[in-house]
Design a protein around this ligand. Structure first.
Ligand code: 6GU
Length: 273
């Protein structure tokens, strides 16, 4: 996969030289290129920002350097590029929330381009213009505000690259994780290693019992309970038809019952808590 990142803070992306992502780059599985937006300014101060029309706090990024920089990237496609060109990702708090589903979709693309805004973001015409030429996705990490898109690039590249063949050694570890579709989007169960007893805390005996069916049942129960307690928004999306009677008994204990719409809903008592 080819990834181009346009930014004024390339140093922010140095962690992408480390660990599994760094190794994926050395092995040629990921061709990540960081490009400096300021190379596409033409004034003495290499200006990339200006005040917003209509007033308001802070500065916006000017469209002209972005137009030049992104045109240069699009003029330099990787060998395997699609006819449609890359997906252009614009990180920002006003984007669609980036999820594991987004990561899976992006991992199927041969080419991603990131436009990292700083200050209050990028003049809106940049996304509008490039949407006529490539697929543009504005993505947010969640409901909080960061100073710029670089941290989002770290997050998105790590989440996407680890899905590429050969980047993570054990392919099974990809499907056993929290949010994996194979596990109905539930949070992962807790895990333990040796010693069997630590600071007075024992590993749950069922895990050492060697009974695979019982281990699987215990893990499923834990995943359901955790998701019910920590992420009711995720549990509300679990189709009732994806559950068995044992699942439904655990969820009833947690205060969730099947609704008419084929999803679970909190019992009135659980809502009152
Ligand atoms: Cl992707 N960028 C910025 N600046 N703030 C954010 C974000 C992104 N996601 C959540 N907050």
């Amino acid at each position: 996969m080819r990834v181009d990142v346009v930014t004024i803070f390339g140093e922010y992306l140095q962690p992408l030289s480390l660990s599994l992502i760094g190794r994926a780059r050395s092995q040629g599985l990921l061709d990540l290129r960081v490009r400096d937006l300021r190379e596409h300014t033409h004034d003495r101060h290499r200006t990339v920002d200006d005040t917003p029309y209509g007033g308001g706090a802070g500065l916006l990024m000017k469209p002209e350097p972005w137009g030049e920089a992104l045109d240069a990237v699009l003029d330099d496609p990787p060998p395997g590029a699609r006819e449609e060109g890359p997906v252009l990702l614009v990180p920002g708090p006003a984007g669609e929330v980036f999820t594991q589903r987004t990561a899976v979709e992006l991992a199927a693309e041969p080419w991603l381009v990131f436009a990292c805004g700083r200050y209050e973001g990028i003049d809106a015409r940049v996304a509008e213009h490039y949407a006529t030429r490539v697929r543009v996705r504005e993505v947010s990490l969640g409901d909080y505000v960061l100073n710029g898109g670089e941290v989002a690039v770290l997050v998105v590249v790590e989440a996407v690259a680890r899905l590429l063949p050969g980047v993570v050694g054990n392919a099974a570890s990809l499907t056993e994780e929290s949010h994996a579709a194979e596990h109905d989007g539930l949070l992962e169960h807790p895990s333990y290693t040796k010693p069997a007893s630590w600071r007075g805390l024992d590993v749950p005996p069922v895990l050492a019992g060697g009974h695979h069916g019982q281990v699987a049942r215990w893990r499923r129960d834990q995943a359901l309970r955790r998701t019910a307690r920590r992420r009711p928004d995720l549990l509300a999306r679990l189709p009732v038809e994806r559950t068995d009677p044992a699942d439904r008994a655990v969820l009833a204990e947690e205060g969730w019952v099947p609704g008419d719409d084929g999803r679970f809903r909190p019992t009135p008592a659980a809502v009152a808590d």
